[in-house]
Design a protein around this ligand. Structure first.
Ligand SMILES: [Zn+2]
Length: 123
């Protein structure tokens, strides 16, 4: 894909800012989890609610971790010049799709094929 230097720099900044936000939120939820672990819950209902919050937190946290990993991979692709090339068909992913979802590694055609395959697999 023929990306201009400005476009590459723009994506790099977008991804780096995004990663910093995620990393901040990761360390925030770490503190919260620590607080919850050390707090006493005299009320059983409170404790149940706190445990529900905690598992919700962990789900979000692990999703964020996966995203951070994907962002790192994407930054690497940007440096290698592989950014914007589809993993499925080696075609161009397209600038519009990349702007909407910069961590994607599949063009819209391969993505919908993959989703179709997953659906068939589940059925
Ligand atoms: Zn493709």
């Amino acid at each position: 894909m023929a990306l201009t230097k400005e476009q590459i720099a723009g994506f790099e900044k977008q991804l780096t800012d995004w990663k910093m936000d995620l990393e901040e939120s990761q360390s925030e939820s770490m503190h919260q989890m620590h607080d919850q672990e050390t707090s006493a819950f005299p009320d059983v209902a409170d404790q149940a609610a706190a445990e529900t919050d905690l598992s919700f937190d962990i789900r979000i946290k692990s999703r964020e971790l996966k995203l951070i990993h994907k962002i790192n991979e994407t930054l690497h692709r940007l440096q290698e010049g592989d950014f914007g090339i589809c993993d499925g068909c080696s075609g161009d992913i397209g600038i519009k799709r990349l702007q909407a979802r910069p961590v994607t590694t599949l063009c819209i055609d391969c993505k919908s094929e993959q989703e179709q395959a997953e659906k068939t697999h589940i059925d």
